[in-house]
Design a protein around this ligand. Structure first.
Ligand SMILES: [Zn+2]
Length: 352
């Protein structure tokens, strides 16, 4: 167990991380001084130029309770919050996972902001709305030109049409009642008097959530990978030897042009949901590969590229000669979390 208690502390039931200090070996001298603490890991601005705030490695909107404290400036944090941290909740699987696990979340808000509700009934494509956590299909024109009217609005709707036809109110009521009674499911029934043809369709619409725009989870996964690498490697992550992989991650996070990190969706390892998030980092002779597994179901592989020897030597200096990677696991039900060392051979080592 080599993680110093000061590196990881529990504040108000949440975990705050102060990345492990650089050993100084191979890193510029300035990185080991107290002043290195307040440099934004994204824009590299210093404390005197900008304010700092807490950044959630795994986004708060999916129950992430792991923080970077004082390493991301407020501007970058705000930008990440509105441009990157919403990508995971744009994945329908995320909402399905939180629903399946009974985790508290702003389902209505996410649905309203990020999703359209679409349905299909008897071959007709429907647009739905979500309100109060319930989905419904309002009055709408269908592709074939007909009008879909929900049951509870039908009588009112037919009465309006009848009134427009110029019939006396009593005649309209009678005709509407006749129509409603005469249309069980089946062929349409016409009313010449009010000029409509009514067809009743029953059955449950097949409902699906469709993101308002395609989700870009790779941006969010690259952010998790970048911050986790900083957490484990500290300022040595920014050693000049590592410019290329760092830039690839940054390009992926910001959708900037230039080479990007490989971010690949994998099959989940099991069919069931798990109330946990896992980040796994492994360094094999400088080739870094990471896996992020959310809810046991959303599984990504992130490969920023080749990091130089400073990564492996830094890891081994901090954790021991045998350790080539680190695994973090957060349980969502009990809010517990653990760090494990990944050994080159033999079993893992519990770091905390
Ligand atoms: Zn910044």
């Amino acid at each position: 167990m080599r993680v110093r208690p000061a590196d990881l502390r529990r504040v108000g039931g949440r975990w705050i991380i102060a990345p492990m200090k650089s050993t100084g070996r191979g890193a510029p001298a300035a990185r080991t001084s107290a002043s290195h603490r307040r440099i934004c890991i994204f824009c590299q601005r210093k404390g005197e130029e900008t304010g700092f705030s807490r950044e959630h490695l795994i986004p708060r909107n999916i129950g992430g309770a792991l923080f970077l404290d004082d390493y991301v400036c407020k501007d970058c944090n705000d930008w990440l919050g509105s441009n990157v941290d919403t990508e995971i909740v744009r994945l329908p699987e995320t909402l399905a996972s939180m629903d399946a696990l009974g985790l508290p979340h702003d389902r209505d808000g996410y649905l309203r902001r990020y999703y359209n509700l679409v349905g299909e009934l008897n071959g007709a494509a429907l647009r739905g709305v979500i309100s109060g956590g319930r989905s419904r299909f309002p009055t709408q024109k269908l592709d074939d030109g007909s009008l879909l009217v929900p049951d509870e609005r039908l009588e009112e709707h037919l009465t309006k049409i009848g009134a427009r036809a110029g019939l006396p109110a009593e005649d309209v009521r009678t005709e509407v009642r006749r129509l409603l009674a005469a249309t069980p499911e089946g062929p349409p029934v016409a009313s010449r008097r009010i000029g409509v043809s009514l067809r009743r369709r029953t059955g449950r619409a097949a409902v699906a959530l469709k993101p308002k725009r395609p989700p870009l989870p790779e941006r969010e996964l690259a952010k998790i990978a970048y911050e986790f690498l900083f957490l484990v490697l500290g300022r040595e992550l920014f050693h000049p030897e590592n410019d290329d992989p760092c830039n690839r991650l940054i390009n992926t996070i910001g959708s900037f042009s230039g080479p990007k990190a490989a971010v690949v969706r994998l099959q989940p390892p099991s069919a069931g949901y798990e109330p946990l998030h896992v980040i796994h980092f492994r360094n094999s002779k400088g080739f870094v590969e990471m896996r992020v597994l959310l809810f046991g179901q959303i599984h990504f592989f992130v490969a920023p590229g080749r990091f130089r020897s400073v990564c492996l030597s830094g890891l081994q200096e901090r954790f021991g000669s045998n350790i080539i990677g680190v695994q973090f696991q957060q349980r969502l039900d009990r809010r517990g979390m653990a760090f494990w060392g990944v050994c080159a051979e033999g079993p893992g080592v519990r770091l905390l």
